[in-house]
Design a binder for this molecule. Structure first.
Ligand SMILES: [Ca+2]
Ligand SMILES: [Ca+2]
Ligand SMILES: [Ca+2]
Length: 439
């Protein structure tokens, strides 16, 4: 009696309908029909190993089949649907760890086989499931990810023997910057089922949760690099991020730890969130950073696991920045201008050779010192800029600062006198309406 299962039954199985495909015990033959291997980015078993309430079909359906996007420390979860190898409906069968039908894994850097009976085989997910579960660990190689001189991954090619099949899988193969790993089961003499996955290092991503913060805000920063996970759910390895501001250029160092991101497959995302607060009047400490209104703040991280065309051993500094707002500064500054002749009298006419003096007063009623940029510009009757002066002022609380621009007119006619007040020359964010006077 052949164990051949018609394709339609397999499809019904895969769509999760209840069909008793195990009613007739079949003999193992060299017919491949029905043997299916899947590589999953997630752990399809979860905690439902040998559970009465979950069927083999459900476990098979939970597998999020992924063949690319792994990193050197990933674990590849593998399911094999092979009902003919369910030889006893009252016992968990095992496959892959015998010399005649071994499961093997081969990467660019190494290979391992489970042919030895002492190796962890792939275990049936329930007494009568005909679905077998195992995993292969990409073990990296001896390498320092953090730049402290101490290796963080060690590599190694071997089958696992004593550790838990469920937690520690069946074997490990070495992986470097990028490459492939192929998992193969010789289910019958010279008959194989296999799947190949790809892995690569990537460049870290750093992201602030906002473009601009208020002076006393909490800042959420996300570091994302799957290469930092030495193994799935690796949540005790610390990665350091330096954050600093224009006011505190030395800044503080934050310890980033991996946290589960439930938006995707947790073990396929390298999410390391950190948070810190901003302060305008206290010293920086381990969780807060001193800033002034109008500052930029920066986050800096060294990535030692870079994709090609970088080489193994290269490092790259990634820097991201965000702004600190001028909190309600517009309502706290007052600007006025006076345009006079050389004798201090109001200027009424513009004559060639005459002097024009533009005096600008800026009053700060904010509780902290403010730094502003003032641009004074004079245009001749043709609309061309004859004179431009940029000044940067720091105004103490409840104080008024004055600046003056002198100019000798080169022609008669109507001139335009313009004064702009910005938060800085580079940001060019206006803090006051432009004052434009025609004389
Ligand atoms: Ca069984
Ligand atoms: Ca290290
Ligand atoms: Ca990286």
């Amino acid at each position: 009696m052949a164990w051949v299962i018609s394709l339609s039954v397999v499809l019904v199985f895969l769509t999760g309908m209840t069909v008793d495909i195990f009613a007739n015990k079949e003999m193992i033959t060299d017919d491949a029909t029905g043997v299916i291997m899947k590589t999953c980015g997630n752990n399809p078993l979860r905690d439902d190993y040998n559970s009465d309430t979950v069927s083999g079909a459900e476990i098979f359906q939970r597998c999020v089949e992924i063949q690319e996007g792994y990193s050197w420390g990933s674990r590849v979860y593998v399911l094999i649907f092979a009902p003919a190898w369910n030889t006893d409906p009252y016992k968990l069968d095992m496959i892959g760890n015998d010399p005649s039908n071994p499961i093997t894994a081969t990467s660019r850097e190494g290979s391992m086989t489970l042919e030895d009976a002492g190796c962890n085989g792939f275990i049936e997910t329930g007494f009568d499931h005909g679905v077998f579960f195992g995993s292969i660990k990409l073990s990296g190689f001896r390498y320092d990810i953090t730049g402290d001189g101490i290796p963080d991954l060690f590599g190694g090619n071997r089958c696992e023997r004593t550790l838990s099949i469920l937690d520690d899988g069946s074997g490990r193969v070495e992986t470097k910057q990028d490459g492939e790993a192929t998992i193969t089961w010789e289910y019958f003499e010279n008959k194989y089922v296999s799947k190949t996955i790809k892995h690569t290092w990537r460049e870290v991503k750093l992201e602030f949760d906002k473009k601009a913060y208020d002076v006393n805000d909490e800042v959420h920063l996300m570091l994302n690099d799957l290469d930092n996970l030495r193994f799935p759910f690796d949540d005790d390895k610390i990665y350091e991020i330096n954050v600093y501001s224009d006011t505190d250029g030395r800044g503080i160092t934050l310890d980033a730890l991996w946290k589960t991101d439930y938006k995707g497959i947790p073990q396929m995302s390298g999410t390391y969130p950190v948070k810190f607060s901003l302060t305008g009047d206290k010293e920086s400490n381990s969780s807060r950073l001193r800033v002034s209104p109008g500052d930029s703040i920066y986050a800096e991280y060294w990535d030692y696991t870079l994709p090609k065309p970088h080489s193994i051993g290269d490092r790259k500094k990634i820097t991201m920045s965000a702004h600190v707002n001028y909190v309600d500064i517009k309502s706290n500054i007052a600007v006025s201008t006076k345009i006079t002749d050389g004798y201090g009298n109001p200027l009424h006419h513009c004559n060639k050779g005459g002097t024009a003096i533009i005096k600008t007063e800026i009053a700060n009623s904010f509780e902290k010192p403010l730094s502003v940029s003032v641009i004074t510009q004079i245009k001749n009757p043709n609309g061309s800029v004859e004179k431009i002066q940029w000044s940067t002022l720091t105004i103490a609380p409840d104080q008024t600062s004055r600046i003056q621009t002198d100019w000798i007119m080169k022609q008669d006619g109507i001139h335009k006198f313009e004064v702009y007040v910005w938060d800085s020359i580079t940001n060019a964010k206006s803090l006051h309406e432009a004052i434009i006077t025609e004389i």
